[in-house]
Design a protein around this ligand. Structure first.
Ligand code: ADP
Ligand code: MG
Length: 298
């Protein structure tokens, strides 16, 4: 028997490296008329590297001490920034102490007890207290300097006091700009960027990918709100993301696609489809397959 068009399309999508979870999803992919992309790990390669290690004066830490402390707290996290920190510590052959009481807050960072100290590692915008002490001021100045260069600043605090800032840099995927152009052509609308990262780094990366509609500093629930706004305006939104922080938006969207290689388990489970081959350009290809199949069904 010949296969129904939507099932052939699923097989075809598989050949393109996209796992589409059902015929219903295959059909919905062709209805999408707006796209929202996550930044870290989706628009970027998701293999960020630590490019600066800046212990603060008075912290008593040198570069290795700061990095080891951060790596200890980040060790259990599956966030791409956490992997960058842990890898940097490994590259320097540092002894990373064990951490206890690990917690992670999507879009913010992690906390853990390391050698009896409460350590927090994450977004300066979310973690830096407003109170003006010398370490807070110094951390804020360093953060602004690093972010202006398009890098992501990662704050390290010990017992509530900033002890240093790490800079992490990630590259745009090689097919990001072409994919943005293809998605704009398919949907009639330039995709938007939804990110928990800082506005300065987001603007720099978005511009390089050809995206002008950029929402930065978002918590997972803010990503949901951005999607709901679009859907309230009558649009069928495709969300493409990779992180735990993208899972609520992937669930809220008309259709959700997760990046498979570096994607978190929660994103992979929540999404309607998974990009198995690590290429963003497979998304417009699969949307075109869906449209072709729908023409055969109708
Ligand atoms: P994106 O939406 O771009 O994928 P996330 O929402 O995952 O980014 O993260 C947003 C911000 O939260 C990061 O830029 C970082 O400042 C902070 N953050 C989240 N998780 C971590 C972590 N494990 N380590 C360090 N920083 C983190
Ligand atoms: Mg991400």
């Amino acid at each position: 028997a010949t296969m129904p068009p939507l099932l052939s399309a699923i097989a075809n999508a598989g050949r393109h490296g996209v796992l589409v979870k059902s015929a219903v999803v295959m059909e919905r992919l062709g209805q999408v008329d707006a796209v929202a992309l996550d930044k870290t790990g989706t628009l970027t390669e998701g293999t960020p590297r630590v490019t600066a290690i800046r212990p603060l004066d008075g912290s008593g830490l040198d570069e290795d001490g700061l990095l080891a402390l951060a790596a200890a707290a980040e060790h259990p996290s599956e966030h791409p920034l956490a992997r960058a920190v842990v890898d940097a510590a490994r590259d320097r052959c540092l002894h990373v102490p064990a951490a206890e009481d690990f917690t992670s807050a999507p879009g913010t960072g992690v906390t853990a007890t390391v050698l009896g100290h409460a350590v927090a590692v994450g977004s300066p915008a979310r973690l830096l207290p407003a109170a003006d002490s010398a370490p807070v001021e110094a951390a804020a100045v360093l953060t602004a300097e690093l972010e202006r260069e398009g890098r992501t600043a990662v704050l390290v605090q010990r017992d509530g006091v900033p002890v240093g800032v790490l800079a992490v840099a990630d590259r745009l995927r090689p097919d990001a700009a072409a994919t943005v152009t293809a998605l704009a052509a398919l949907t009639g609308r330039t995709p938007m960027l939804l990110t928990g990262d800082n506005p300065r780094a987001a603007a720099r990366l978005g511009a390089d990918a050809g995206i002008t509609d950029i929402r930065a500093g978002l918590l997972p629930q803010d990503k949901v709100t951005a999607v709901r706004e679009q859907e309230a305006a009558g649009r069928k939104v495709l969300v493409i993301g990779d992180g735990v922080n993208d899972a609520p938006a992937l669930a809220a969207a008309h259709t959700g696609i997760a990046m498979g290689r570096a994607g978190s388990d929660l994103a992979l489970e929540t999404a309607d489809a998974v990009i198995v081959r690590d290429e963003l350009a497979t998304v417009p290809a699969v949307m075109a397959l869906s449209r072709a199949a729908r023409r055969l069904v109708i």
